[in-house]
Design a protein around this ligand. Structure first.
Ligand SMILES: [Zn+2]
Length: 138
């Protein structure tokens, strides 16, 4: 079901025009973020503000209807990051050069892997954003 425009405006303001997963900003990529259902609609997730976040095309499409993924460090299944209920900095950090997202917890590592948050295309773009002084976000 389509998300009402008033709810979209609230989510956009809360997430500050950034992907709630990989932190890519609309300003840097030049594309409007998608609205992601954190609990997917096929799993019963609705259009409540608490179940919506902004997501870039890559994170949104890579996530699909997944709610869990394998933590590549342990091989165990882990829940994906929940951008409304969890804090990004508790589960992720930036590599020293600012181009890669480092998963710090099982949730973080599983999410980085499942959402392909360090795919070569975005890493290339992040390198340019770092050079320009636009990244990583503070
Ligand atoms: Zn993203």
């Amino acid at each position: 079901m389509a998300v009402p425009a008033a709810i979209r405006r609230v989510v956009v303001a809360r997430d500050e025009y950034r992907c709630a997963y990989c932190q890519t900003s609309e300003d840097n990529c030049g594309l409007a973020m998608h609205l992601d259902h954190i609990v997917p609609e096929v799993a019963g997730g609705g259009n409540e503000i608490e179940n919506l976040c902004l997501a870039c095309f890559n994170c949104n499409v890579s996530k699909g209807a997944q709610q869990n993924a394998v933590d590549p460090e342990t091989g165990e299944n882990a829940a994906l990051f929940h951008p409304v209920q969890q804090r990004w900095a508790d589960h992720f950090g930036w590599s020293r050069d600012g181009t890669h997202i480092i998963g710090r917890t099982p949730v973080g590592r599983a999410t980085v892997s499942a959402l392909k948050m360090n795919n070569p295309t975005v890493v290339f773009a992040r390198r340019r954003w770092v050079d320009a002084g636009w990244h990583p976000p503070t």
